[in-house]
Design a protein around this ligand. Structure first.
Ligand SMILES: Cc1ncc(COP(=O)(O)O)c(C=O)c1O
Length: 375
């Protein structure tokens, strides 16, 4: 049986498709294609769902991070602490603001930013730290903030990269409202995925949110008058309608993802591979599994073995950010961030989207067992 890594059809049953086409037809009729009424409705719906005071919808998650950074005061000459093991956009957004990413190692147990390493890298130029809630596991933002503020002797802004964490929870606060601002992605493969590119920014501060709203539309408070240079980061109404259609089932689908994670956990544990060949992600309360990422001995061979059997898997991420060619001018060298580099060598994401069947997970684990037995 083929076990795809991802298939969007899980979210497009006939009733959903029909309802979505109805929404799209209404947009064709009213003609407000960009930042239309659906976008405002979505901002309200997301703010209510996430329990964050302010949501600003925009073009995609990468642009949402640019909004969040700029509205947190980041600009040319500033440094921003960024984990080296994350999707490129976490650091790309910093460079796009004219600032410099300073790469920080991750905690090998969680893959989240190592607060002590972040504190050690604070300089007089540090303006912000990026808390990436990787794979859907939230960072303890207040604890991180305390460490970097103590090291700096002043306030450092925390910007949350919540691209992978919609629906996640942390006892220390509300994801997307713990830092000064947050960026979220609605890329189609995300837990709340649009039928195209989309994203949004959030903040607990009305002032920061208002700034992000202005930056989204070329930095102007009034049409054709510009206080600063912003962007065209508006959202299409067609995407907003898609997200309004999909939002009501997000909790159900996040629950299915977490049940799948628990199932993998039980199957791998019973197979006796854990500790010997594999390490599994902890089942932490509040984590919504955007990705289910194991650490595997002989990872690349295992990936080839699984793919040859039509079992999907993927590597998020194969090269740490301090070693990316585009950041060579920053002087990153192999060996500088050992936990990030080790992760790139052995992480393997397994299918966790809500369409993976029970039998599919059993088949996948049986194939992993066969690989390590040498079958
Ligand atoms: C951690 C992280 N940050 C930022 C982004 C950027 O989001 P988008 O692809 O919507 O621009 C992503 C999307 O893959 C991501 O996973």
């Amino acid at each position: 049986m083929a076990v795809p890594f991802f298939d969007i059809q899980y979210n497009l049953d006939p009733a959903t498709k029909k309802s979505l086409l109805g929404r799209w037809e209404r947009i064709l009729n009213h003609g407000g294609f960009v930042n239309g009424p659906e976008v405002r409705e979505l901002e309200a719906a997301l703010a209510e769902f996430l329990e964050v005071p302010h949501v600003v919808c925009c073009s995609n998650g990468s642009d949402a991070l640019v909004l969040a950074l700029r509205a947190s005061g980041v600009g040319p000459g500033d440094e921003v602490l960024v984990p080296a093991f994350t999707f490129f956009a976490s650091a790309g957004a910093v460079s796009r603001c004219g600032a410099t990413p300073v790469f920080v190692d991750v905690d090998p147990a969680t893959f989240l930013i190592d607060g002590a390493d972040a504190a050690a890298k604070v300089t007089a130029k540090t303006k912000a730290v990026m808390a990436v809630h990787l794979y859907g596991l939230p960072v303890d933002v207040p604890a991180l903030e305390l460490l970097v503020n103590q090291a700096a002797g002043r306030k450092i802004a925390v910007v949350e990269d919540a691209a992978q964490a919609i629906g996640a929870a942390h006892p220390a606060g509300i994801v997307g409202a713990m830092g000064s601002a947050a960026g979220w992605s609605c890329f189609p493969t995300k837990n709340l995925g649009a039928p195209g590119d989309a994203g949004f920014a959030s903040s607990a501060s009305a002032e920061v949110a208002e700034h992000m709203r202005r930056l989204r539309e070329h930095g102007g408070g009034r049409q054709y008058y510009h206080d600063e240079v912003g962007y065209n980061f508006r959202m299409d109404s067609l995407q907003a309608a898609g997200l309004l259609e999909f939002l009501p089932r997000l909790v159900e689908f996040n629950g299915i993802r977490n049940n799948s994670a628990a199932h993998y956990h039980a199957l791998f544990s019973a197979a006796g591979l854990v500790g010997k060949f594999l390490q599994l992600p902890a089942l932490t309360p509040g984590h919504v599994f955007h990705q289910y990422v194991i650490r595997a001995t002989r990872r690349d061979e295992l990936m080839t073995f699984l793919r040859a059997r039509d079992i999907g898997c993927a590597v998020y991420y194969p090269l740490a950010l301090h070693l990316q060619p585009c950041f060579a001018n920053l002087g990153g060298q192999p060996g500088q961030l050992p936990h990030s580099e080790a992760a790139t060598a052995d992480v393997l994401a397994l299918p966790i989207y809500p369409g993976v069947s029970y039998a599919g997970r059993e088949e996948l684990v049986a194939a992993v067992v066969a690989f390590y037995r040498g079958d």
